[in-house]
Design a protein around this ligand. Structure first.
Ligand code: ADP
Ligand code: MG
Length: 138
Protein backbone atom coordinates (compact mmCIF):
# COMPACT_ATOMS: atom_id res chain seq x y z
CA UNK A 1 0.00 0.00 0.00
CA UNK A 2 1.19 3.50 -0.80
CA UNK A 3 -0.26 7.01 -0.82
CA UNK A 4 -0.42 9.97 -3.17
CA UNK A 5 -1.75 13.52 -3.11
CA UNK A 6 -4.78 14.35 -5.22
CA UNK A 7 -6.32 17.79 -5.81
CA UNK A 8 -9.71 18.48 -7.36
CA UNK A 9 -8.82 21.73 -9.12
CA UNK A 10 -10.83 25.02 -9.23
CA UNK A 11 -12.38 24.33 -12.65
CA UNK A 12 -13.80 21.04 -11.36
CA UNK A 13 -15.07 22.26 -7.97
CA UNK A 14 -16.70 25.22 -9.77
CA UNK A 15 -18.59 22.80 -12.05
CA UNK A 16 -19.71 20.63 -9.08
CA UNK A 17 -17.66 17.65 -10.27
CA UNK A 18 -15.95 16.63 -7.00
CA UNK A 19 -18.24 13.62 -6.46
CA UNK A 20 -18.13 12.46 -10.07
CA UNK A 21 -14.34 12.59 -10.11
CA UNK A 22 -13.96 10.86 -6.75
CA UNK A 23 -16.32 8.09 -7.88
CA UNK A 24 -13.79 7.32 -10.65
CA UNK A 25 -10.94 7.17 -8.13
CA UNK A 26 -12.87 4.90 -5.77
CA UNK A 27 -14.09 2.62 -8.58
CA UNK A 28 -10.44 2.12 -9.56
CA UNK A 29 -9.64 0.89 -6.04
CA UNK A 30 -8.12 4.01 -4.52
CA UNK A 31 -9.30 4.97 -1.04
CA UNK A 32 -9.63 8.57 0.18
CA UNK A 33 -8.00 8.52 3.64
CA UNK A 34 -7.90 12.30 4.25
CA UNK A 35 -9.75 15.16 2.59
CA UNK A 36 -10.45 18.88 2.94
CA UNK A 37 -11.81 21.77 0.90
CA UNK A 38 -9.86 25.03 0.98
CA UNK A 39 -8.83 28.00 -1.15
CA UNK A 40 -5.10 28.58 -1.64
CA UNK A 41 -3.68 32.05 -1.36
CA UNK A 42 -1.59 33.16 -4.32
CA UNK A 43 1.55 32.74 -2.17
CA UNK A 44 0.57 29.18 -1.19
CA UNK A 45 -0.07 28.26 -4.83
CA UNK A 46 3.36 29.68 -5.76
CA UNK A 47 4.97 27.56 -3.03
CA UNK A 48 3.13 24.37 -4.04
CA UNK A 49 4.12 24.76 -7.71
CA UNK A 50 7.65 26.06 -7.00
CA UNK A 51 9.18 23.31 -9.22
CA UNK A 52 7.50 25.02 -12.19
CA UNK A 53 8.64 28.58 -11.41
CA UNK A 54 10.78 28.87 -14.55
CA UNK A 55 7.94 27.73 -16.82
CA UNK A 56 6.02 30.15 -19.03
CA UNK A 57 2.72 28.96 -17.52
CA UNK A 58 3.76 29.43 -13.86
CA UNK A 59 2.07 32.83 -13.27
CA UNK A 60 -1.15 31.79 -14.91
CA UNK A 61 -1.16 28.43 -13.11
CA UNK A 62 -0.72 30.06 -9.69
CA UNK A 63 -3.43 32.62 -10.45
CA UNK A 64 -5.81 29.85 -11.53
CA UNK A 65 -5.06 27.51 -8.61
CA UNK A 66 -5.79 30.29 -6.10
CA UNK A 67 -8.92 31.53 -7.94
CA UNK A 68 -11.52 29.28 -6.29
CA UNK A 69 -11.80 26.43 -3.78
CA UNK A 70 -10.00 23.13 -4.27
CA UNK A 71 -10.40 19.74 -2.59
CA UNK A 72 -7.13 18.24 -1.40
CA UNK A 73 -7.07 14.56 -0.55
CA UNK A 74 -4.77 11.65 0.17
CA UNK A 75 -5.37 8.48 -1.84
CA UNK A 76 -4.25 5.10 -0.60
CA UNK A 77 -3.90 1.92 -2.63
CA UNK A 78 -1.55 -0.43 -4.41
CA UNK A 79 0.89 1.66 -6.50
CA UNK A 80 -1.23 4.70 -5.64
CA UNK A 81 0.99 7.24 -7.46
CA UNK A 82 1.06 5.40 -10.79
CA UNK A 83 -2.52 4.17 -10.57
CA UNK A 84 -3.79 7.70 -9.89
CA UNK A 85 -1.76 9.11 -12.81
CA UNK A 86 -3.23 6.42 -15.07
CA UNK A 87 -6.80 7.22 -14.10
CA UNK A 88 -6.12 10.98 -14.43
CA UNK A 89 -4.76 10.80 -17.97
CA UNK A 90 -2.33 13.09 -19.78
CA UNK A 91 -1.82 16.73 -18.69
CA UNK A 92 -3.59 18.01 -21.81
CA UNK A 93 -7.17 16.64 -21.86
CA UNK A 94 -7.02 16.65 -25.67
CA UNK A 95 -4.21 14.06 -25.51
CA UNK A 96 -5.63 12.04 -22.61
CA UNK A 97 -6.91 8.53 -23.23
CA UNK A 98 -10.62 7.91 -23.51
CA UNK A 99 -12.18 7.15 -20.13
CA UNK A 100 -9.62 9.12 -18.10
CA UNK A 101 -10.67 11.90 -15.74
CA UNK A 102 -8.90 14.64 -17.66
CA UNK A 103 -10.33 13.47 -20.98
CA UNK A 104 -13.87 13.42 -19.60
CA UNK A 105 -13.77 16.42 -17.22
CA UNK A 106 -10.80 18.64 -18.21
CA UNK A 107 -11.37 21.85 -20.16
CA UNK A 108 -7.84 22.78 -21.27
CA UNK A 109 -4.19 21.98 -20.61
CA UNK A 110 -4.34 24.37 -17.63
CA UNK A 111 -7.92 23.74 -16.46
CA UNK A 112 -7.47 19.99 -16.38
CA UNK A 113 -9.68 19.11 -13.40
CA UNK A 114 -7.24 17.20 -11.21
CA UNK A 115 -3.70 17.06 -9.81
CA UNK A 116 -1.80 13.94 -8.82
CA UNK A 117 1.73 13.56 -7.44
CA UNK A 118 4.23 12.29 -10.02
CA UNK A 119 6.52 10.21 -7.74
CA UNK A 120 6.44 8.74 -4.24
CA UNK A 121 9.04 11.31 -3.11
CA UNK A 122 6.86 14.18 -4.32
CA UNK A 123 3.75 12.51 -2.90
CA UNK A 124 5.34 12.59 0.55
CA UNK A 125 6.31 16.27 0.17
CA UNK A 126 2.89 17.26 -1.19
CA UNK A 127 1.01 15.35 1.53
CA UNK A 128 3.12 17.12 4.14
CA UNK A 129 2.33 20.48 2.47
CA UNK A 130 -1.41 20.05 3.14
CA UNK A 131 -1.90 17.55 5.97
CA UNK A 132 -0.70 16.92 9.51
CA UNK A 133 -0.40 13.35 10.80
CA UNK A 134 -3.51 13.91 12.96
CA UNK A 135 -5.62 14.44 9.85
CA UNK A 136 -4.68 11.13 8.21
CA UNK A 137 -6.92 8.24 9.22
CA UNK A 138 -5.65 5.03 7.58
P1 ADP B 1 0.78 17.30 -14.45
O1 ADP B 1 -0.29 18.01 -13.64
O2 ADP B 1 0.18 16.37 -15.47
O3 ADP B 1 1.81 16.62 -13.57
P2 ADP B 1 2.75 19.38 -14.92
O4 ADP B 1 3.32 19.00 -13.59
O5 ADP B 1 3.66 19.41 -16.08
O6 ADP B 1 1.53 18.41 -15.31
O7 ADP B 1 2.06 20.81 -14.83
C1 ADP B 1 1.36 21.20 -13.67
C2 ADP B 1 0.08 21.86 -14.08
O8 ADP B 1 0.38 23.07 -14.80
C3 ADP B 1 -0.80 21.07 -15.07
O9 ADP B 1 -1.61 20.10 -14.46
C4 ADP B 1 -1.61 22.18 -15.71
O10 ADP B 1 -2.68 22.62 -14.85
C5 ADP B 1 -0.58 23.28 -15.83
N1 ADP B 1 0.13 23.25 -17.12
C6 ADP B 1 1.05 22.35 -17.54
N2 ADP B 1 1.51 22.62 -18.78
C7 ADP B 1 0.87 23.75 -19.16
C8 ADP B 1 0.89 24.56 -20.35
N3 ADP B 1 1.69 24.26 -21.38
N4 ADP B 1 0.08 25.64 -20.38
C9 ADP B 1 -0.72 25.97 -19.34
N5 ADP B 1 -0.79 25.25 -18.19
C10 ADP B 1 -0.02 24.15 -18.09
MG1 MG C 1 3.11 17.49 -12.17
Amino acid sequence: MSTTLSIIKPDATARNLTGSINARLEQAGLRIIAQKRLQLTRAQAEKFYEVHKEKAFYDSLCEYMSSAPIVVQILSGENAVAKNRDIMGATNPANAEIGTIRRDFGQSIEHNAIHGSDSSENAELEIRFFFSKLEIIE
